[in-house]
Design a protein around this ligand. Structure first.
Ligand SMILES: [Zn+2]
Length: 430
C-alpha cells in the first residue's frame, strides 16, 4: 500500500486551513490531513468506515484549560474529511464513563451531545469512547482489507501472531460502543509495548504521539500484512469459463432493464401502499473487472462469494447474501421474490421493524456472464454497494488462496449492527 504522506502537501494543507475553527491548531489540522490520506485507499477505509482523533487542551469559558477529545463525526467519509468534521468533547467526562459500567446507545448519544466543548450539530462516532479510553494523543482506526484477510479465518489469531508477533494485540469481535472501548483499551494496557490492537471481524486501531508516526505505522502494518499473505499463497481459484469485458457488457445490457423492472415490482409488493420504487429510480452498478469475472465464473466462486459478511460494514450495503442468477435459474422475478421472502423470514426471526422496501431487496445480483450487478437507491449508493462487494469478494478469495477457512461474523452480530439505531446514522457513511 502506498504511503501517501508528503511534507509539502501537509504544509500546504496547514496553510489552507489555518485558524478556520475555534480550537484549531497544527496538531488538529495535521490529523485532519492524515485522515484524508487514510481515506484515500478503499482497502484501508471506505464510505464512512474508520475514524481518527486528537486529544488536546482548549480554553474553557473561564479561561481555564479543558481536556478535549476531537473525534470524527459519524457518517463522514475519511477521504472527504475536513477539520470541521471533528467534534470536540469533554475528555475528562468521557474517561469518567470507563468506571461507571455499561452505557447503552441512547445514553451514549445523549451524553455525547451534552458534553461537547464546541457546539456541533454532528453526532460523534459510535467509536468515540474507544478513542477516549486509549491514552494517546493521536489515535487512528481503520478497516484494512489486509488485516481482515489474516484474522477473519479459522486460526486467524494465531496467524496474526505469526505475522506481527507482539506488535499487535488482538481481541475478539466486540460490539461497538462502550464494550469495544473497554476491550480495546484493556488490550492495549495489558500488552505493554504493542503498537496497535486488531479487532477481529472489524479492523485496526493504532496510536502515537505524532501524527506522521501514526499514519506511517498504519501503512507499515498493512504492508507487512500484504507481504506476509503473498508468501502464503498456495493455490488459485479453479479456472472456469472465460468471460470478456465485451461479453459482460452485452449480457448486462440485456439483463439490466429486466432487473430494474423486477426490483421495482418486488418493492411494490413489499411496500404496503403499493408505491414501491419506480423503475427509473432503481440504480444499478456493474462489477465486472477481470478478477471479479474470473472469480464469479470459477467453480470455486459461488462457495467463496456466498458466505455471510465478515464485518458489520458489509451487510448494510450488500445484505447477508447475494442473489445468484445463472443459466439454471434465470427467472429473475421468481428468484427475487424468493430472496425477498427469505429475507423477510430473517428479519422476522430477529424482530426487525420499519425496514424499508429498498432494504429488503437483494443488493448484489450475480449473473456469471455479466458480473455482479449492484443495486442502490441512487447511483452513488449502487457504486458504494459495488465497492463493498468487490472488497468482500477479494478478501474471501485471498483467504481461499492462502489455504484458509473463511469465518463470517455470526448472524446475531450482523443483525445487531445493521439495524442498530445509532449505526443507522452511518449509512452512507464509524
Ligand atoms: Zn470501525
Amino acid at each position: 500500500m502506498l504511503n501517501r504522506w508528503n511534507d509539502v502537501d501537509a504544509r500546504e494543507y496547514l496553510s489552507r486551513h489555518d485558524n478556520r475553527l475555534d480550537g484549531t491548531d497544527d496538531d488538529l489540522l495535521m490529523m485532519a490531513c492524515a485522515t484524508t490520506l487514510l481515506g484515500a485507499d478503499n482497502d484501508l477505509t471506505m464510505h464512512g468506515g474508520g475514524n481518527t482523533s486528537v486529544k488536546k487542551i482548549i480554553a474553557g469559558d473561564s479561561g481555564d484549560g479543558r481536556r478535549a477529545l476531537y473525534v470524527k463525526a459519524s457518517g463522514t467519509s475519511l477521504d472527504l474529511f475536513t477539520p470541521d468534521c471533528f467534534v470536540a468533547m469533554d475528555l475528562d467526562f468521557l474517561e469518567g464513563l470507563r468506571g461507571g459500567g455499561w452505557v447503552d446507545d441512547e445514553t451514549m448519544a445523549r451524553e455525547f451531545r451534552s458534553h461537547q466543548l464546541i457546539h456541533s450539530d454532528r453526532l460523534p462516532s459510535i467509536e468515540s469512547l474507544m478513542h477516549a479510553f486509549i491514552p494517546a494523543k493521536f489515535v487512528a482506526h481503520t478497516h484494512p482489507a489486509a488485516i481482515l484477510k489474516i484474522v477473519n479465518r479459522a486460526g486467524g489469531r494465531d496467524l496474526l501472531k505469526e505475522c506481527f508477533g507482539d506488535d499487535l494485540a488482538v481481541i475478539p469481535y466486540t460490539r461497538m460502543g462502550y464494550d469495544l472501548a473497554l476491550a480495546s483499551s484493556e488490550a492495549a494496557r495489558l500488552n505493554a509495548g504493542c503498537r496497535g490492537v486488531v479487532i477481529a471481524h472489524h479492523g485496526l486501531v493504532v496510536w502515537g504521539d505524532e501524527v506522521r508516526a501514526v499514519y506511517d505505522l498504519t501503512i507499515d502494518l498493512i504492508n507487512r500484512a500484504e507481504e506476509f499473505l503473498s508468501a502464503k499463497v498456495i493455490r488459485s481459484v479453479a479456472p472456469g469459463p472465460a468471460v470478456s469485458a465485451e461479453v459482460s457488457a452485452k449480457s448486462y445490457e440485456l439483463a439490466a432493464p429486466l432487473i430494474r423492472e423486477c426490483l421495482s415490482q418486488a418493492s411494490r409488493g413489499i411496500d404496503g401502499s403499493g408505491a414501491g420504487i419506480p423503475v427509473d429510480k432503481v440504480a444499478l452498478a456493474l462489477l465486472n473487472t477481470p478478477d471479479m469475472l474470473e472469480l464469479i465464473n470459477s467453480p470455486d466462486g459461488r462457495d467463496i462469494i456466498s458466505d455471510p459478511p465478515m464485518t458489520p460494514d458489509y451487510p448494510m450495503l450488500t445484505r447477508i447474501l447475494p442473489l445468484w442468477l445463472d443459466e439454471a435459474n434465470l427467472s429473475f422475478m421468481a428468484s427475487i421474490d424468493t430472496f425477498v421472502h427469505d429475507y423477510r423470514v430473517y428479519l422476522d426471526s430477529q424482530g426487525a421493524v420499519n425496514v424499508t422496501a429498498a432494504e429488503q431487496l437483494p443488493q448484489v445480483v450475480i449473473i456469471p456472464s455479466a458480473g455482479a450487478v449492484c443495486f442502490g437507491a441512487s447511483e452513488a449508493a449502487a457504486r458504494r454497494t459495488a465497492d463493498f462487494a468487490r472488497q468482500a469478494f477479494s478478501i474471501r478469495r485471498a483467504i481461499f488462496e492462502t489455504g484458509g477457512e473463511y469465518e463470517s461474523l455470526p448472524e446475531r452480530h450482523l443483525f445487531d449492527m445493521q439495524y442498530r439505531g445509532y449505526q443507522q446514522a452511518k449509512k452512507g457513511g464509524g
